[in-house]
Design a protein around this ligand. Structure first.
Ligand code: ZN
Length: 363
């Protein structure tokens, strides 16, 4: 199972999918779902989902995971062929200088590039510990003129992503670009395979969603179309087990998945989500029965698409379900394959426990 999950995750992490440019990831998800004999819907925005009809219940559970990743757009190409960029999503600027990137060119192809960095010998003592703003950075793809760049099909609005990377570390940990949120896409694919072979009682809809890193609202259309009784939103969640975050939470990579009880963005967006008590109860009871350690986390500074989806219709019970992840939004996001497997097992058991008597009301 570990190697199987790892192979799917690697394939997904190496596939480019900037916010609004999720086509290749969507295609991959669609192919995988269809390979299990499932029908797939790709909506106007690119949300990609499959619905498995339950055997014996009118209840509907929607499980989502966003397909997109952070990155940049080409903003300006200068006469010498250097490219200036605009950010898409929460980019950590201190990780950018001397980074390798891919720039979207003709017909869904990508060309190699790098973010330039001032030669060390010319760096003054004052500049040495300064973080360059993304507006001051530039990309070098090796071309010598604007004409050479545009001849490759690179234009204003072309996508730029961190050069995809995936490595296995010790103790079943993996490090990659865009673990956020190909972790969730991997979970969706494995769940689709399991549910296609043995259908649960309730309906389950597995959805790869778009534009989370841009506006967090891409998933709204899925929730609206499906109108589920409950939503479980999978994401790479912030682990707090590194020296720099010690004392800020109890989320440990390798200790199992976690539920987020409360999140709130708090920086310009007055939105967040509180875990619905019925789903906290359901997941915690199922975890206990299955012998899976389920961690608890919360925090200000982030939010997920659940914040918006839960307000569809008359309101939908929802919960954030996370796989612990270190170094969020950097090029070296790190997680543990065992947490993913336990997360998938727990989600499978949770969905299988839902029937007509399951109560998603607040008690
Ligand atoms: Zn995410």
């Amino acid at each position: 199972m570990k190697d199987k999950i790892c192979r799917v995750l690697e394939e997904l992490c190496l596939t480019p999918g900037l916010s609004g440019h999720e086509k290749l990831v969507s295609r991959l998800l669609k192919d995988k779902f269809e390979s299990f004999g499932l029908d797939v819907t790709v909506d106007t925005f690119g949300n990609t989902y499959t619905r498995i009809e339950g055997k014996n219940s009118s209840k509907k559970v929607l499980i989502t995971g966003h397909m997109d990743q952070i990155g940049f757009f080409v903003k300006y190409i200068d006469e010498k062929g250097f490219i200036k960029l605009e950010r898409v999503g929460g980019i950590p600027e201190k990780t950018l200088s001397s980074l390798r990137v891919l720039v979207e060119a003709k017909d869904d192809t990508y060309v190699e590039g790098l973010i330039g960095v001032k030669s060390h010998h010319k760096t003054s003592p004052e500049e040495k510990y300064k973080v360059d703003k993304y507006q001051d950075l530039y990309i070098d793809i090796g071309c010598d003129s604007k004409e050479e760049v545009t001849a490759l099909g690179i234009k204003i609005g072309s996508a730029i992503i961190y050069k995809p990377m995936f490595v296995r570390l010790q103790k079943d940990k993996v490090s990659a670009t865009s673990l956020d949120n190909r972790i969730a896409c991997t979970c969706l694919i494995e769940l689709a395979e399991r549910f296609s072979k043995d259908t649960p009682d309730c309906d389950v809809i597995l959805a790869g969603t778009v534009q989370e890193e841009f506006s967090i609202r891409g998933a709204i259309h899925v929730a609206r179309a499906v109108n589920p009784d409950a939503i479980i939103c999978i994401d790479g969640g912030l682990a707090t087990d590194t020296p720099d975050l010690s004392g800020t939470g109890e989320i440990i990579v390798g200790s199992g998945p976690f539920i987020s009880l409360y999140n709130f963005h708090g920086r310009g967006t007055l939105n967040g989500a509180m875990a619905h008590p019925s789903l906290v109860r359901l997941l915690e009871e199922t975890a206990e029965k299955a012998g899976i350690n389920l961690q608890r986390g919360l925090g200000v500074g982030s939010l997920t698409e659940l914040a918006y989806m839960q307000n569809e219709g008359m309101g939908i019970a929802g919960i954030d379900f996370d796989i612990p992840m270190r170094y969020a939004h950097s090029q070296i996001e790190t997680a543990d394959l065992n947490d993913m497997i336990k997360g998938i097992d727990l989600l499978e058991q949770t969905v299988r426990s839902v029937n007509d008597s399951t109560d998603f009301a607040t008690r």
